[in-house]
Design a protein around this ligand. Sequence first.
Ligand code: NAD
Ligand code: IPM
Ligand code: MN
Length: 352
Amino acid sequence: MKIALFAGDGIGPEIMAEARRVLDGLDLPGLVIFEGDVGGAAYRRHGHPLPEETLEMARAAEAVLFGAVGDPSCDGLERHLRPEQAILGLRSELGLFANLRPAKTFAGLENMSALRPEIASEIDLLIVRELNGDVYFGDKGMRETVDGRREGWDAMSYAEDEVRRIAHIAFRAAQRRGHRLTSVDKANVLETSQLWRDVVTEVASEYPDVALDHIYVDNAAMQLVRDPGQFDVMVTGNLFGDILSDQASMCVGSIGLLASAALGERRTDFGTFGMYEPIHGSAPDIAGQGKANPMAMILSLAMLLRHSLGRENDALRVEQAVSAALSDGIRGADLGGTASTREIGGAVVERL
Ligand code: NAD
Ligand code: IPM
Ligand code: MN
């Protein structure tokens, strides 16, 4: 079993170090670990945020564990050299089109939600975010209008096969969960979304045991804070999924708790090839201070064990160790506590 660790920028290396301790604590037989450069760190060392050797390392592995990229000192670079291109490049080069972002309230953490505890306690949802298309990967540019104004533009589009394959992922996820699927779009305004809605409705005929409904993204944002317990699986495009998942994190209590899996079609000897990452970024405001919560990173490792290495029991062990640490009151600054990144990692390892 080969896995690649790409720590990246900001808090990336700090939280990756804790995931690494958890991984070492599991003592998996025959595990080979590669480490590669991504993001601003890779740009400084190799002149590119996603060096060819990093991409090759990912291709040679069963799975990638990804920290975070993003560095304010790189904001002035041309877009193709910015740190974020590492994550976008890996997702598209590796065909990782399905992003699973689960959000569930941990027992004992209801009071940390931005919502009232009785509302927060109901949250158990999965956002299925399309990851290879949408306005993220359309043509874009800066131009001058005929009357001399600067204009930035980004093309948004989805082809029907792109919608169909993510719809199948979402319906199958709903079959394994509560048999309810909510498709989120903006079909009242966007043609991209009209096609999205039409195709998801077509695919629904293959899943008579799943109840499908459609909701506009503005209403979805509102419902997510009004009554998040109503959602089981939500499927949506790249941009809406990005925004709604950050919002869902604060319904649960902290962005430092939400993990994700990016999956495609490639199978390995043990499961599906994938890349696993917290939903948060490099958090430059707290980098280097030992304040980052490594739990999202550690829970991403659990998803890796489950989906790419076929080690469900180890995944559950890791998830239960995180839950136990939380219910024992281990809290970082993001959850109103004082535990450092390293203390949180240590508390999880102790409970494995
Ligand atoms: P961010 O997610 O990095 O941070 C948002 C806020 O949440 C900050 O106040 C931060 O301190 C806090 N936060 C994030 N993760 C935390 C954790 N584990 N523990 C405690 N607090 C945490 O989003 P941003 O500030 O908008 O972006 C910063 C950089 O990260 C940008 O360069 C952005 O492009 C990049 N980014 C990268 C990824 C990724 O690599 N997957 C994801 C999102 C943003
Ligand atoms: C995420 C991030 C990325 C995204 C950025 C860093 C490109 O926000 O993984 O949620 O927008 O997909
Ligand atoms: Mn995001």
